[in-house]
Design a protein around this ligand. Structure first.
Ligand code: HEM
Length: 261
């Protein structure tokens, strides 16, 4: 097992096994490191968990269930502020500070146990890949083509249109695997750094639990992707009909925010 070094001011560097805990006064901002670490779990990790395991899994039940879920999320009270403070700003902070940590090479390279420093490198690259994927995914889903908050009934078709293209499908797979790994292994790192799980045996057990979480996230993501790819693409005529019927249903949906199917 590799070791982590811990340095007290004026003392020689001593090697101790395992992941170095976050401590004040180690030459970088303690508060920012703590915030970076925490934001990876809440709210960013919690959002990822919800996005893959709850919202996108509704695609497995078909286009109507998916449209209802998109409509439900789009009609949450104060949705703009929920998204801004619960998702966009925390992701931006975690990602930008994460790149800064990567660039600085902070956290010594021997701090990650198992398989040399592969895990250290993987945590950085999976974060970087997730970042590129998230920027592209938000751009295409939010800012290109149909407005899904106004027309949730088109959500399934819009995602489907992308994942039917082999290159984009592979990009979805890459983004899913990278984000799932980064989060699942991140839970292990978080628990080690904050001293929540410290014994060698307990850490090994937690690593297994995190691996299971990684597989569950990937499994749910693959099942959703399969659902999108296994249904026929709607024609333009069908899309127009869906928009038309959602306009007609508008008056009935106003009270609960869900489209009448
Ligand atoms: C899908 C969105 C993301 C989630 C759910 C997430 C979650 C996490 C979690 C839970 C941790 C462990 C916290 C810790 O080290 O104490 C972590 C660590 C890390 N994240 Fe993220 N992250 C995401 C995106 C990113 C992005 C886009 C980057 C940019 C490169 C990034 C860079 C890092 C780095 C460098 C670490 C390790 C910090 C260290 O070793 O001290 N993350 N992330």
């Amino acid at each position: 097992m590799a070791s982590a070094s811990s340095t007290a001011p004026g003392a020689k560097e001593i090697a101790v096994p395992g992941v170095a805990p976050l401590r004040a006064g180690q030459g970088y901002s303690f508060v920012l490191r703590r915030l970076h670490s925490l934001s990876g779990i809440v709210p960013v990790g919690a959002f990822l968990f919800e996005h893959i395991l709850i919202s996108n899994s509704t695609a497995i039940s078909g286009p109507d269930a998916y449209a209802r879920q998109v409509s439900f999320l789009a009609n949450l009270p104060l949705v703009f502020f929920l998204e801004l403070f619960g998702i966009w700003l925390p992701i931006a902070f975690h990602a930008l500070y994460g790149f800064y940590i990567w660039y600085r090479g902070d956290g010594n390279t021997t701090a990650y146990p198992w398989s040399g420093n592969w895990m250290y490198t993987a945590q950085r690259w999976t974060g970087g890949i997730a970042f590129v994927y998230i920027v592209w995914h938000v751009y295409t889903m939010r800012f290109l083509g149909d407005d899904l908050h106004a027309h949730p009934e088109l959500s399934f078709g819009k995602v489907q249109h992308e994942v039917m293209q082999t290159g984009l499908f592979l990009f979805y797979v890459l983004g899913l695997v990278a984000a799932s790994w980064h989060f699942a292994y991140g839970i292990w790192l978080f628990s080690a750094k904050w001293g929540i799980v410290s014994g060698d045996k307990a850490q090994k057990r937690l690593l297994r639990v995190c691996l299971v979480l990684f597989l569950v996230l990937c499994g749910a993501g693959f099942a959703s992707l399969y659902s999108f790819r296994s249904q026929a693409l709607p024609t333009d005529d069908q899309n127009r009909t869906m928009i038309h019927s959602s306009h007609k249903a508008g008056a009935q949906t106003a009270s609960n925010g869900r489209p009448v199917q």
